[in-house]
Design a protein around this ligand. Structure first.
Ligand SMILES: [Zn+2]
Length: 499
């Protein structure tokens, strides 16, 4: 049984049939809001929030006679993402009208792309269970966002609903994966990876809670070994990575249970109910022909020149996967560490800045992966808000390397740095934490310890060498942990052998 398959035991009534193994098939549709200043077809602000209906004009509210004009920055951003996902960019693509009625859609249709999307046939690489895997990207197309309905109270009990058109016409890209994802965990990895790339490109803030990064999931199951796909359902309303994984887990189990009892999976759209942790039917699944797609007569075909594509390609930053590989190669750190340190551009920059200052790649990685990220997580802070600047962490690492403070004391120094934002040199000086390396001084302390324990000294000299640990401990205690342990060891051995 593969790690991604799910086994369901049959009930007592029917235990004659063999339990089957199932495989889940997942495809994801991700909507990412592009960080352009203006909306996709008008000059209104695309900023999040604002007083309701203040970022509006005749174009985005669908007034008669108004005409859309495509925002070239949105196209550039979409091409960036398409290139980062190894897609083929279409030199000619078309905007189409997707017709449906909903109160948050003032035109009665959404401008999207249908038969001729901007980009297709790409892929994204994820690492699942230590192995690289390619998830196909069928297409990336551009479209406009709809507005937002605000219900007074809950949807069911609300006496009225208000509509805010500020979001209407904000540029989106839709990234459609192939049916290549085989488990909720893989789905989570794929989504995080997509979001990391969008953030590296600085074209989307990737905020799932604000809705600027949204995901719908198509999921079906089939018995292991069956070639045909089973009937799929579409899941909506998942606004965190955790919820996507949970919703998929639930839905896979639900579908398997249906098949095992001889029932059928109904093709439909289901909502994730976060409170009750289950999926609920929302509506029958629409087919593309329900939307009566046709090319938008108000917009000319979108032509993209090869030269412009190359120009955009030249502006792409080093992407997470390349950076990770370079970190492993250049700094000799494990792939796991490199993946975490390159999850965001800022975290990677922080690491490289520290290494540049102190030259200790592995030690810096250990401090960041351990104490630093743990503290940040505890306080729900991003690396940008870290009270310890790279300069301070680098100085502290250097102080340990140069023997100014011991590794043990460094823990105390780090805590203090994180709490107060004070430079490590100052903390060490003010708190008198400098490592004791004065030979004469340590020698005097050793002498004191030996004189207090003549019997044990005698035993040691008779061959009970394991007593050395005891003496080291006594000396360290007398120096409040500040003595250099290596030096203490050496000096003790010398003193004891003299007799
Ligand atoms: Zn507008």
């Amino acid at each position: 049984m593969g790690p991604n398959s799910v086994t369901v035991r049959r009930g007592k009534k029917d235990n004659t049939r063999k339990t089957r193994d199932y495989e889940s098939i997942i495809g994801l549709e991700v909507h990412a809001q592009l960080l352009t200043r203006a909306k996709i077809f008008c000059g209104c602000s695309a900023a999040f929030g604002g007083e309701p209906n203040t970022h509006t004009c005749p174009v985005c509210t669908g007034q008669p006679g108004s005409l859309p004009v495509l925002n070239v920055k949105a196209v550039e951003f979409a091409i960036k993402m398409a290139l980062a996902c190894h897609c083929a960019i279409s030199l000619l693509s078309l905007f189409a009208r997707k017709n449906y009625f909903y109160p948050d859609l003032p035109k009665g249709y959404q401008i999207s792309q249908y038969e001729y999307p901007l980009a297709k046939d790409g892929y994204l690489e994820i690492t699942a269970n230590g192995q690289g895997k390619r998830i196909g990207i069928i297409r990336i197309h551009m479209e406009e966002d709809a507005g937002k309905l605000v219900h007074e109270g809950t949807f069911e009990s609300s006496a009225s609903s208000l509509v805010d058109f500020n979001r209407t016409g904000v540029p989106l890209i839709e990234i459609v994966s192939g049916p290549d994802i085989r488990s909720p965990q893989e789905a989570g990895l794929y989504l995080r990876s997509l979001r990391d790339i969008l953030r590296y490109l600085e074209i989307c803030d990737g905020d799932m809670e604000k809705g600027s990064f949204r995901c719908d999931a198509n999921v079906s199951v089939r018995p292991q070994g069956q070639r045909d796909f089973g009937t799929r359902t579409e899941l909506k309303n998942m606004n965190s990575f955790r919820h996507v994984e949970k919703a998929l887990e639930y839905e896979i189990k639900r579908q398997i249970a249906l098949l095992e009892t001889g029932e059928e999976v109904v093709q439909e759209t289901r909502l994730w109910d976060e409170e009750r942790e289950r999926t609920l039917p929302m509506r029958g699944k629409e087919e593309a022909h329900d939307y009566r797609y046709f090319p938008d007569p108000d917009l000319v075909p979108l032509e993209v020149s090869k030269a412009w594509i190359e120009e955009i390609r030249d502006t792409l930053p080093e992407l997470p996967a390349e950076k990770k590989e370079r970190f492993v190669r250049q700094y000799g750190i494990p792939e796991y560490d490199a993946a975490i340190l390159t999850a965001s551009q800022s975290l990677a920059n922080y690491y490289e800045e520290c290494v540049k200052l102190c030259g200790e790649a592995k030690t810096v990685s250990n401090w960041m992966m351990g104490d630093l990220l743990r503290e940040l997580k505890k306080d729900d802070r991003e690396i940008e808000e870290c009270p310890v600047p790279p300069k301070h962490l680098a100085s502290m690492v250097k102080m340990v390397k140069d023997g100014v403070i011991s590794g043990k004391i460094a823990k105390t120094v780090f805590e203090e740095m994180y709490r107060s934002g004070i430079a490590p040199e100052k903390i060490v000086q003010e708190k008198g934490l400098i490592q004791l390396t004065d030979v004469a001084k340590i020698q005097r302390i050793i002498q004191g310890v030996l004189e207090k324990n003549p019997k044990l000294v005698e035993n040691y000299q008779k061959g009970k060498e394991q007593l050395l640990g005891f003496f080291v401990g006594q000396v360290m205690r007398a120096t409040k942990g500040k003595a250099n342990p290596k030096l203490v060891n050496e000096l003790l051995k010398k003193s004891l052998s003299k007799g």
